[in-house]
Design a protein around this ligand. Structure first.
Ligand SMILES: *Cc1c(COP(=O)(O)O)cnc(C)c1O
Length: 423
């Protein structure tokens, strides 16, 4: 275990990391509840749910037990021509809690693949109907994943720059944040035509794009506009799913239902990789034919892995318990109270919240001369205080696991206040 960071440095290439300038990685050897324990005996409060995946705390004993049991029964089986109990049960239980019009479940491995599958379903839906449509409408600044299709429908940024020539064209509309709703609607009115195959959104909260938040009424109007022209609506709930916005899904805040949905991250409670794309009966029906060419030719080696499905079933048991639902409301309430306190700091701007997601912008105060370093200053200050938060530029956000206690929240709020008053 000694020198884990150095051994890492010798052999590993980390995600989203400039390896030349990156500090030594922090070796984490254990996790329990909302706390991560490092090799050198330090504790970190995981206020970002380990990249937005954890729902019920680390190494949850119930999920661990269920996965361990499944491991002795069936670890994996090919999912073409074969099926197994956990995949069927998970699909049944997901459809029972998703918006009513969702009727089929397609499994893959992660959020990006869930988006790829949704895009392929959408394009091939129109192809199979003999009315091909090529355009996709997406939000500026969107993030839908790192594989090529997912990158294509994401906003263009430094992340996508080397690949721009290889990404298919997408029409962008601005996010209808407060005050911009009418302007966005007007712009959208000219973009939605009979050529648009799909409109893809992160409902209510754009995650990686900076925790930009907007209201369900604005999104409903955009969905109605897309619908007038028959465009399919894809709700990428990879981040917003499973309670983050205060309801089970962000789509539950809407009047209009999406045609396709993408789920991952919290799906297994943060235990293992699993992706799900769901669709309506109409989309599914467009692939039914005697003609083999109408098949959805897509799949992954580990499609519907029984261990991952079991983790998802166990996580769903926990999520639907009254206690967890009460915790989601409790955290949302605490965030709202803290948001009021945040308004009193001159270094804090654009405070926004949907349920358990709280975000705000940090402005450099008098003592900080480099705006650019504000992210690192905040990150390091919090880390040294034993809090894992990972600002997106100058955007600070909280996305705690639902088991996070009032004391842990209070400590985090206190340290953020200290940061806001000293930065
Ligand atoms: C993280 C994320 C993805 C990509 O998921 P991965 O599992 O990291 O591939 C897609 N969409 C949204 C909204 C996300 O937040």
């Amino acid at each position: 275990m000694n020198n884990l960071a150095e051994r890492d440095k010798a052999v590993i290439w980390h995600p989203f990391t400039q390896m030349q300038t990156a500090p030594m990685p922090i070796p984490i050897v254990r996790g329990q509840g909302s706390v991560l324990y490092s090799a050198d005996g330090r504790e970190y409060l995981d206020m970002i749910s380990s990249w937005w995946v954890n729902l019920h705390g680390h190494a949850h004993p119930y999920i661990a037990q269920r996965v361990a049991e499944q491991l002795q029964i069936l670890e994996h089986v090919i999912f073409a021509d074969f099926t197994h109990p956990t995949a069927v049960e998970l699909a049944e239980r997901l459809l029972a809690i998703l918006p009513q019009n969702q009727s089929r479940v397609f499994y893959s491995d992660n959020g990006s693949t869930a988006v790829e599958v949704a895009l392929k379903m959408a394009f091939q839906y129109w192809h199979n109907l003999g009315k091909p449509r090529r355009k996709v409408v997406a939000f500026e600044n969107a993030y839908h994943g790192d594989t090529f299709g997912a990158m294509a429908v994401s906003g263009r940024s430094a992340f996508t720059a080397p690949f721009t020539p290889f990404l298919f064209d997408v029409e962008y509309i601005p996010v209808p944040v407060a005050g911009q709703e009418e302007a966005v609607l007007q712009q959208a009115a000219t973009l939605f035509t009979d050529e648009v195959a799909a409109f893809i959104v992160e409902p209510l909260v754009q995650g990686s794009g900076g925790m930009n938040m907007y209201e369900p009424t604005a999104l409903d109007k955009l969905f109605q506009l897309a619908r007038q022209h028959g465009s399919l609506i894809i709700a990428d709930e990879v981040m917003t799913g499973f309670g983050r916005t205060g309801r089970l899904f962000a789509s539950d805040h809407l009047q209009e239902n999406p045609d396709l949905m993408c789920l991952s991250k919290g799906l297994t409670g943060g235990t293992m990789a699993l992706g799900v794309t769901t669709c309506t009966q109409a989309i599914y029906d467009a692939f039914l034919s005697d003609d083999k060419f109408k098949t959805l030719f897509h799949g992954h080696s580990f499609t519907a892995n029984p261990l991952a499905c079991t983790a998802a079933l166990a996580s769903m048991d926990l999520l639907l318990q009254d206690e967890t639902q009460a915790n989601i409301q409790r955290i949302s309430q605490k965030h709202t109270e803290f948001a009021k306190q945040l308004t009193t700091y001159s270094t804090v701007d654009t405070i926004r919240q949907h349920g358990t997601l709280l975000a705000f912008d940090l402005k450099a105060g008098e003592q900080t001369s480099y705006f650019n370093s504000i992210r690192d200053t905040a990150y390091n200050f919090l880390l040294e205080s034993g809090i894992l938060m990972r600002p997106l530029g100058n955007v600070l956000y909280l996305m705690p696991p639902y088991c996070t206690t009032d004391e842990q929240l209070a400590y985090t709020y206190f340290q953020i206040s200290k940061l806001a008053q000293t930065i």
